[in-house]
Every structure is written in structure tokens, then in C-alpha cells.
Design a binder for this molecule. Structure first.
Ligand code: ADQ
Length: 470
């Protein structure tokens, strides 16, 4: 990977560290893992919200960046984060699977908090010998490029959106659409997971700003300035998941699970508990399958692992209640006396080794979001299965970024069609073994060819190259 000869400043909602029993450590997400070696070489800084009551240390071992916390008041967290980011932008960007809340007060706080992040960037770049490359992450910080541009005029500035970008007719509903686009267009390069999201963005820009032309990946603004709008699909650390798949701890976990589910096939769901992930629709499909095919009862189990998420937000609390009601109803209807329940529901995050063991155990992995920017669970599953010589089937929603990469090797589902999806679950259980194995191998190869290190490299190169003045 060719790296820019500048330090790197990352601006993201969260700082890249978490508190563990052994003290502070770099967080385990894909972005942090992928940036570790890059930051090791270039050095740099990370600016993010400091949501630990005791404060985050200025540096942690094994991560070569200075950490610059932005402190937020309770009201700011409620309005900028739970409010505008998660109840306005999040549902709007996921095709309105729930109604976005439009609140002027939240918008003002979003602007204010974005300004505060930019003030911290200003302080950080003031000390830099060379203008750093500034890389801004995600929908919480869409006003940053413009604010940061004035703080560091000579820095290359990039922005990456981890969610989908909605079609222009949906985006146009946002009362502050102009400000958001204006904020973004100050970047040199703007990255999306897929070409569809990129094209949605370009069409929104063109509708709202007549006179913008698009030439391939380049947008030419009316004042002649050029920026790049690119599709760079995010991915996982393939090597890490490959070794995790066959580690001793994973084997131990798997042996226990195999004993627990002996004689039954396993369908699996692993998600944050979010209404975009299609968990309720998935459960309804399971219920229909059990209803339609009494002969299959007792021959399979459905396991849903749901990581608690955003439980300060009303829609998420309601979702939890309805998922738990649904699980209770299905188990109430279909559990035979003295036998195990058909649906296993774990409301918690599980350690990496346990996660890998579940991926290996699954006969059918159900990744069926109503809308999802990319979805890394699907990529983790095929990587783990392939590394362990597995032959599980991936049932994959048409409405996630990953579906663009896996062509027909996944069983493609429309999760809104819960009955159709129940038939797909049934047929996924009966695919021929050789076919299953070949599909997993092809999907794993796609992930191997474009892992998270390639994503980081493509993004940084794009930011360094993009952006030309009038
Ligand atoms: P998320 O919506 O969080 O990310 P996803 O891409 O699937 O979705 O990543 C979830 C991560 O959490 C995976 O690495 C998975 O292993 C882990 N995880 C999920 N459930 C877990 C559990 N119960 N226990 C332990 N780990 C669990 C957002 C966007 C996505 C986009 C990513 C990256 O919504 O579309 O793919 O950012 O850009």
C-alpha cells in the first residue's frame, strides 16, 4: 500500500479505544484494526467523542496516535447523537424503514457539536509541521469537511459514509439538505460503499446545485473545483478471521455448540439490535416455515444473537420488546413438551471466538437487513466457513451493500416478503453439498481480494489524489 507522506488525522464520532479488564486498549472494530499499521507508520491523531465518565488517556499502547477527546454535555448527546444522528439521519439514510424525526433544536445542536469537533481539529493541526491528511468518518460529522477546510486549508480532506446514501427523492425531504451537501462538498474525496450510493449522492448534488457536472468519479463544481466521489466497499481483516476460524478456543466453543444442537440444522442471525437489520421479518419467516412444514419441526433451530444497541432511543426499546414478544410467541407455539425450543435468542455481544464458532456451526447464515450500508457479518461468515472448510449457505438480503459483491453465490432474499423468505430458508437447507462448498469458496475469494487493508489504501490514495482547485 502506498501511503501519503503526511501524518493522518482521523475525525470520528468515537475514539478508537475501549476500557477492558487489562486497561485501555485499541477497540476491536474493522476501521481501527485496518488503520493500526498505517498510523504506526505515519503517526497521527484521532479526534472523537469522549464518552467515558473518567476520561480517555491521551495515548494507549499499540496505537501510534494522540487521542483528542471532544466532551459533550448530556443534552448534546441527547440531541446530536441520539436525536439528529440516530433518529433523523439514520432512518432517512436507510430508506425510511422507520419515520425520521425532524426537530429544529436537534439540528442546531448537530451544527454546534460539528463546530466543536472542528475546533479540536484546528488545535491539532496548529501544531503540525506538515498539513496532515484529514479523514472524516460517517453521518455524525457531515458538516466537518467545510468546517475543517477553513481550519487547515492545505490539508487533503476525505469523508467516508458508512451508511447508504439514499435516493435523491428521499434525501430531498431533509430540511437541512443544502447545508449537509454544502458541508460534504468541501472535501477532496467522498467515499461510499457502493456505486449506487455514490450515484444517489451525485444525483442529489445535481438536483440541488444546477451546474455541477459528473465526469466518471470526478464532480466539477460550478466554480471549477473538482472533487472525487468514489465507491470503496469496506471489508474485514481476512487473515484475522481466517486464524480465528480454526483457533483452539473456537474449536472448544464449537464442540460445545455441536453437542447442544446435535441432530439439528442451525439457522443463524447475528446483528446489532437495529430495526434496519430485518430481525422481526426474519423471525416471521421462521414462524411461517414452522407453520407450513410441520415435518421440519424439531429438525432445525434458529439462533439469533443480538448485540444491545442505542437503547436510549425509543424506537430501539420498542424493537427489543417486539423481538422478544415474537421469540416468546414462536417458542410458545412450537416447542414440544420435553424438547428444546425452536428459537434461541441471545441479547448480548459474544466474544470473537464464540462468534466464529457460531459462524462455523451455522448451516444457513441469515443476513437479511431491510437496508444496510455494507454488512460485515456476511463477509465474516464466508471467511470463517471457508477457512474451516465449511459448506454453510448465506441467505443474503438484496438491500445491503454486500449483495453487490456476491452476485448469485448467496441465496438472495427480499426480506419484506416474509413468506418468500421462508421458502428461501427452506431451499437453503436443501442445497447440494458440492454447490454449497463452491459458493462459499467463491464468496470468500471475493472478500480475500478486497480486504479492509485494501479499503484503507484505496481511500487514503483517493484522498491524497483528489481535489483540484478551480
Ligand atoms: P453495523 O450496522 O454495526 O455497521 P456490520 O457491518 O454488520 O453492521 O458490523 C457489525 C459488527 O459487529 C461485525 O463485525 C460483527 O461481528 C459485530 N457483531 C454483531 N453482532 C454481534 C454480537 N452479537 N456479538 C459480537 N459481535 C457482534 C455500520 C453499517 C454497516 C457497515 C459498517 C462498516 O451499518 O452497513 O458495514 O458500519 O462500514
Amino acid at each position: 500500500m502506498e501511503l501519503p507522506e503526511r501524518p493522518l488525522v482521523i475525525v470520528a464520532n468515537r475514539l478508537p479505544v475501549s476500557r477492558t479488564e487489562d486497561g485501555w486498549q485499541p477497540a476491536s472494530g474493522g476501521l481501527v484494526t485496518a488503520l493500526k499499521p498505517v498510523i504506526e507508520q505515519l503517526g497521527g491523531a484521532w479526534i472523537g467523542w469522549d464518552d467515558d465518565p473518567e476520561g480517555v488517556p491521551p495515548r494507549v499502547d499499540d496505537f501510534n496516535a494522540d487521542l483528542h477527546p471532544v466532551s459533550l454535555t448530556e443534552q448534546e448527546v441527547a440531541e446530536y447523537y441520539h436525536g439528529f444522528a440516530n433518529r433523523t439521519l439514520w432512518p432517512l439514510f436507510h430508506d425510511l424503514v422507520v419515520e425520521p424525526v425532524i426537530d429544529r433544536g436537534w439540528w442546531r445542536t448537530y451544527e454546534e457539536v460539528n463546530r466543536r469537533f472542528a475546533d479540536t481539529v484546528r488545535k491539532v493541526v496548529a501544531d503540525a509541521e506538515v498539513p496532515p491528511l484529514i479523514w472524516i468518518q460517517d453521518y455524525h460529522l457531515m458538516l466537518q469537511p467545510e468546517l475543517v477546510r477553513s481550519a487547515s486549508p492545505d490539508s487533503p480532506i476525505g469523508f467516508f459514509l458508512h451508511t447508504p446514501f439514499p435516493p435523491p427523492e428521499l434525501f430531498a425531504r431533509l430540511p437541512w439538505r443544502d447545508q449537509i451537501l454544502h458541508g460534504l462538498l468541501a472535501a477532496d474525496a467522498i467515499g461510499f460503499h457502493t456505486r449506487v450510493y455514490r450515484d444517489n449522492f451525485v444525483r442529489s448534488v445535481q438536483q440541488l446545485y444546477p451546474g455541477v457536472t459528473a465526469l466518471g468519479e470526478t464532480l466539477v463544481l460550478p466554480d471549477g473545483r473538482q472533487i472525487r466521489a468514489v465507491a470503496h466497499p469496506i471489508s474485514i481483516d481476512v487473515q484475522e478471521f481466517g486464524s480465528l476460524a480454526v483457533s483452539d478456543e473456537t474449536e472448544v466453543e464449537l464442540a460445545e455448540l455441536e453437542q447442544q444442537f446435535a441432530g439439528r440444522k442451525v439457522l443463524l442471525g447475528v446483528d446489532r439490535l437495529d430495526y434496519t437489520k430485518g430481525i422481526r421479518h426474519r423471525l416471521q419467516s421462521i414462524e411461517l416455515l414452522l407453520e407450513r412444514r410441520p415435518d421440519l419441526r424439531g429438525t432445525f433451530a434458529f439462533v439469533q444473537i443480538a448485540v444491545p444497541s442505542r437503547d436510549d432511543v425509543e424506537e430501539y426499546r420498542r424493537l427489543r420488546t417486539s423481538v422478544e414478544t415474537e421469540v416468546g410467541r414462536i417458542n410458545g407455539r412450537f416447542t414440544e413438551p420435553g424438547k428444546d425450543v425452536p428459537v434461541h435468542y441471545l441479547y448480548r455481544g459474544v466474544p470473537r471466538e464464540a462468534l466464529a464458532a457460531y459462524y462455523r456451526l451455522a448451516d444457513v447464515m441469515c443476513v437479511t437487513p431491510l437496508k444496510d450500508g455494507m454488512n460485515l457479518v456476511a463477509k465474516e461468515f464466508v471467511t470463517v466457513q471457508s477457512a474451516a472448510g465449511g459448506d454453510g449457505v448465506l441467505l443474503l438480503s438484496e438491500f445491503c451493500g454486500t449483495a453487490m459483491e456476491f452476485a448469485d453465490d448467496a441465496v438472495r432474499s427480499n426480506p419484506f416478503d416474509v413468506e418468500g423468505q421462508s421458502y428461501l430458508m427452506e431451499s437453503a437447507l436443501t442445497l447440494e453439498r458440492e454447490d454449497r462448498r463452491a459458493r462459499i469458496a467463491r464468496m470468500a475469494e471475493v472478500v480475500r481480494d478486497g480486504d479492509v487493508y485494501r479499503w484503507v489504501g484505496d481511500e487514503l490514495a483517493g484522498i491524497a489524489e483528489g481535489g483540484h482547485g478551480p
